[in-house]
Design a binder for this molecule. Structure first.
Ligand code: HXC
Length: 517
């Protein structure tokens, strides 16, 4: 072969592999900003030497506004595929050192190509965002590129897991690709996501705010609910992502990998007796219950800083991934509100799409009352939970631990909504509402006319409690399948999952339902 051409090829390839950092300055700039480069990110994501790059030689074909001088092979994004713990995963990693990682025609084409390969091969897609947004010099071609990516995100939804890592700026319409994916990861101080930045906001509304306050990891993990995980460093973020992927199947026709921990199936759970307080008015942390039940060290909480009245996350039982959604008495007595309904229903949809059985842990007094919630649409948002549970065809188990009242009882634990197995502790209270409110409505005349109304009221509350605030009435009607010993919770849940793991459910044919969004 012609040696000169081979040598030229090697020299060129070597330069390309340096990304925009040919001079070294750009890499240093990236590091000085506390960020890894696009290729360093790929190195920490993948198993050693497993990455293979796609479309290395793509370049912008625009010459306008000085683009001739800024043209680089790869066009500001590294794309390709490799293995994460042995399984194929596709990636796009924007290179801020080339035209600010901005998205032009070929840049978009490269991302869309790997998205489409990921869909065709049934493999997860990870997109790493670090970009100034639409490449201004490429105008409408750049916007059209975003449209192709958004459409691919939508077509991939529910087919392959899609995860977005925001590791730099992600502004304007560019935020909508991550928003269309399943999980968003952010890192403190380097990740910023917003539709319009602080300068525009100051001009338009007069509000003064920093990039971090407006669109940093903390804002999106605790206030907006846009992001799902936040980390102190990129290294932490990638190390967690590698673990997180082991909880997910590669696509919707597979099951998640089975990862055994050696935790015995019949391990008793006596601590649950002391975690749940004697009186229904006292709170506890439902995460303590989850860690009792789940395989050792397997619980991963999602969106832990937002909508905290509902805890959601993946755990393993007998090595298999389950999706847990649990009322959290530690926050606002575990009421379901607008945000927790959104959080729960989206999570249920994800689990259903990817063959992950669901377990609901129930201790809920109801939907949150109040003018603000009503006017912000709790009817519409609360309905999402009902829709998501009803439509899910994966195995579904509810465990009623304490309160299960009213509409929230239905969302979290009603057999008729489609829970395959409803279990209850002897301490469960299943009713339309709490005893105090119930007694003052249905016995109000008797109480008013009594010689000692307060005494009468207490008698009636006790009467109501005796009759309804237990799991036996519901069990007698077949609405609770079994009342279980809390010390045997892990065993009961695992055996129940075994019992229903092969379930199949058909649905009437339709184009799609209309989830109340
Ligand atoms: C072309 C861009 C660019 C863009 C950055 N650059 N953004 N080039 N199009 N959108 C270039 C800069 O000119 C610079 O080139 C290099 O990238 C690095 O940028 P700096 O500004 O020096 O970096 P920094 O100070 O870190 O600031 C980063 C930034 C800022 C905050 C992202 O660059 C910025 O505000 N960019 C514009 C953001 C924006 O408004 N994008 C459009 C959003 S609207 P040189 O040659 O000087 O190194 C949008 C619509 C999408 O995206 C719609 C989809 C539906």
């Amino acid at each position: 072969m012609e040696t000169k051409k081979i040598e030229e090829f090697k020299e060129l390839r070597g330069k390309i592999m340096l990304g925009g950092g040919v001079s070294g300055n750009q890499t240093e700039r990236q590091h000085a900003a506390g960020k890894l480069t696009a290729r360093e990110r790929i190195e920490v994501l993948y198993d050693q030497e497993s990455f293979i790059e796609d479309q290395v030689y793509s370049t912008s074909r625009t010459s306008d506004f000085g683009m001739d001088a800024k043209r680089h092979f790869g066009d500001g994004v590294v794309t390709g595929s490799g293995t994460v713990r042995g399984r194929q995963v596709f990636v796009s990693s924007q290179d801020f050192s080339i035209v600010g990682g901005s998205l032009g025609e070929m840049h978009a084409h490269k991302i869309a190509e790997v998205q489409e390969l990921a869909i065709r091969t049934g493999s997860p897609f990870v997109q790493i965002n670090d970009s100034g947004g639409a490449r201004i010099q490429e105008g409408v071609l750049s916007l059209n590129g975003y449209a192709r990516i958004f459409r691919n995100n939508t077509l991939a939804s529910g087919v392959i897991p899609q995860i977005s890592l925001i590791l730099g700026p992600c502004a304007g319409g560019a935020v909508y690709s991550p928003a269309l994916t399943d999980f968003i990861f952010m890192v403190d101080t380097i990740s910023h996501m917003y539709i319009t930045g602080p300068d525009v906001i100051r001009t338009v509304t007069g509000e003064v705010i920093t990039h971090e306050q407006l669109g940093g990891a903390s804002a999106h993990c605790s206030k907006s609910g846009v992001a799902h995980f936040r980390f102190a460093t990129e290294q932490e973020c990638f190390s967690f992502l590698r673990k997180f992927l082991t909880y997910l199947p590669s696509n919707n026709s597979e099951d998640p990998p089975v990862v055994h921990s050696g935790d015995p199936v019949t391990r008793p759970t006596p601590d649950i007796l002391s975690i749940i307080p004697d009186t229904a008015k006292m709170s506890y942390d439902v995460r303590d219950i989850i860690t009792q039940i789940a395989d050792r060290d397997s619980f991963i909480e999602i969106q832990k800083e937002w909508a905290m009245t509902l805890v959601i996350g993946f755990a393993r039982l007998e090595g298999r991934t389950v999706g847990i959604f649990a009322n959290q008495p530690k926050h606002m007595a575990a009421v379901l509100d607008i945000d927790s309904s959104d959080k729960g229903s989206r999570f249920i949809r994800f689990c259903d799409a990817f063959n992950i059985p669901l377990i609901s842990l129930v201790d809920v007094p109801g939907y949150l009352p109040g003018v603000a919630q009503e006017h912000a649409g709790i009817i519409r948002h609360g309905a999402k939970m009902l829709f998501a549970v009803s439509e899910a065809t994966v195995p579904k188990i509810a465990l009623i631990m304490r309160k299960s009242y009213g509409g929230s009882m239905i969302a979290m634990s009603a057999k008729a909504l489609g829970y395959d197995r409803v279990l209850a502790y002897p301490t469960a209270e299943i009713a339309v509402m709490g005893a105090e409110s119930a007694a003052s409505i249905i016995f109000h005349k008797e109480i008013q006319m009594a010689k000692h109304p307060e005494k009468k009221k207490n008698e009636k509350i006790a009467e109501f409690q005796q009759q309804f605030m237990n799991p036996y009435s519901a069990a007698a009607l077949g609405l609770v399948d079994d009342i279980i010993d809390p010390e045997q919770t892990r065993r009961e849940l695992i055996y129940s999952l075994r019992m229903i793991s092969r379930k199949k459910e058909d649905r009437p044919s339709r184009k799609h339902g209309l989830m109340p969004v």
